[in-house]
Design a protein around this ligand. Structure first.
Ligand SMILES: N[C@@H](CCC(=O)N[C@@H](CS)C(=O)NCC(=O)O)C(=O)O
Length: 205
């Protein structure tokens, strides 16, 4: 199995999940400008939009879309219980994955994109703040999005990590900063975060 990633992109949640699940995979960095992996593979040949994450399964099947990759990885290690298997739990998991993907992730994009017009940034920030407040209210009542830590938390962690390079102050929601710290206490998250930070800083040099 191969995971294509860019440092501190949403693909960090797949790396966290690999480590939480104890799964072996080759983790391949993709250069932002050339969209080529360090293995020489052109990302556009795997995903026409050139986005990470991409997971190439051992049989050669190519899986894109972060929530689908996360669910697949969780399913490979059922004993780690990173995704609920009961109907209600699965329903809640998909509710959160969908919320994070469409309501949070996509609204961060203009704030991270240097080419986005100022109006688009203002609009995105206005959309994001009430949505972050909604997650904060939920996490003020419980430590993780579901009853137990799950792939939804890995996805949320990767997305909230972007806040530090936006004008939004995460500290206005103590339950979100506490969530980030709680996640960073987990060895799998610490390892993934540390490795991605090292690569991220290298790309700035
Ligand atoms: N819907 C996609 C979104 C993936 C995505 O936004 N990837 C970003 C990094 S977080 C990316 O590769 N962006 C490069 C680009 O848009 O050209 C998913 O859930 O996997």
């Amino acid at each position: 199995m191969k995971l294509y990633f860019r440092p501190f992109a949403c693909s960090m949640s797949s790396r966290i999940t690999l480590y939480e699940a104890g799964l072996a995979a080759e983790i391949v960095e993709v250069d932002k400008a050339s969209r080529r992996g360090t293995d020489g593979v052109d990302l556009l040949s795997l995903n026409p939009l050139g986005m990470v994450p991409v997971l190439v399964l051992d049989g050669g099947a190519v899986l894109t879309e972060n929530p689908a990759i996360l669910e697949h990885l969780a399913g490979l290690a059922p004993d780690k219980k990173l995704a609920p298997t009961d109907e209600v739990g699965r329903m809640r998991l998909r509710e959160w994955l969908s919320f994070i993907g469409s309501e949070l992730h996509q609204n961060y994009v203009p704030l991270l994109d240097k080419a986005a017009p100022a109006d688009a940034k203002t609009y995105a920030q206005k959309k994001l703040e009430p949505r972050l407040a909604q997650v904060a209210a939920h996490l003020a009542k419980q430590p993780f999005l579901l009853d137990e830590v799950s792939i939804a938390d890995a996805y949320l962690f990767a997305i909230l990590n972007w806040t530090q390079v936006t004008p939004i102050a995460l500290a206005q929601w103590p339950s979100l900063t506490a969530f980030m710290a709680r996640m960073l206490d987990r060895p799998a998250v610490q390892r993934a975060f540390g490795e991605e930070r090292e690569r991220y800083l290298a790309t700035l040099r």
